[in-house]
Ligand binder design. Structure first.
Ligand SMILES: [Zn+2]
Ligand SMILES: [Zn+2]
Length: 70
């Protein structure tokens, strides 16, 4: 079980977007259960690949259907 958990954790992908300051985001990726948008969660406008704002709202469709992406 411990091994399976480690593999699962390693398989979690990180955000490849770029933050305002120019560094790679590496934030946890989330998935919108409504429209399928995938990205990190940040203050709006922080990362080029973000999909959710800090209130868990999908920036693309406005739904509150945030899920952790596998
Ligand atoms: Zn990001
Ligand atoms: Zn959405």
């Amino acid at each position: 079980m411990a091994l399976a958990y480690d593999q699962l954790k390693t398989a979690l992908s990180l955000c490849t977007g770029t933050r305002k300051a120019g560094q790679q985001c590496n934030g946890t990726l989330y998935l919108c259960g409504e429209c399928g948008a995938r990205g990190c969660k940040q203050n709006q406008g922080t990362c080029t690949e973000q999909a959710f704002d800090v209130l868990d709202k999908c920036i693309k469709c406005g739904a509150h259907a945030m899920q952790v992406a596998g």
